[in-house]
Design a protein around this ligand. Structure first.
Ligand code: SF4
Length: 107
């Protein structure tokens, strides 16, 4: 007489509430969270480079565009008396009086 081996499918498998199952599920959860954590960390890197992002977005350059330059822009805040670089209300980070970007608006 031939005995056929019957393999259980997922629906037929007994529920495994052992420590091993909990460990297995915990490990799966930890592995699934790696891409999320990685994505959040890469977003933080972007946030750290935010000044570069705005400079790139508005094509900031460290020289005038014809007669247009930061010192004549409504968004420009001159440096303190002993400072070398000014601040822009649009562009993050330092800008120089002779710089320019596409957000330029004459003062
Ligand atoms: S908006 Fe552009 S041109 Fe105006 S101050 Fe800022 S960087 Fe300079």
């Amino acid at each position: 007489m031939k005995v056929e081996k019957h393999e259980l499918n997922d629906a037929e498998m007994p529920v495994d509430n052992t420590k091993r199952a909990l460990f297995k599920h915990g490990l799966q959860l930890a592995l699934m969270s790696i891409p999320i954590v990685t994505a959040l960390n890469s977003r933080n890197v972007l946030a750290d480079d935010e000044s570069d992002v705005t400079k790139i977005t508005f094509h900031y350059q460290d020289h005038p565009n014809g007669s247009m330059r930061c010192a004549q822009c409504v968004y420009y805040v001159p440096p303190a008396p002993n400072g070398l670089t000014g601040v822009c209300r649009i562009i993050d980070g330092d800008v120089i009086a002779n710089g320019w970007c596409t957000a330029y608006r004459p003062a």
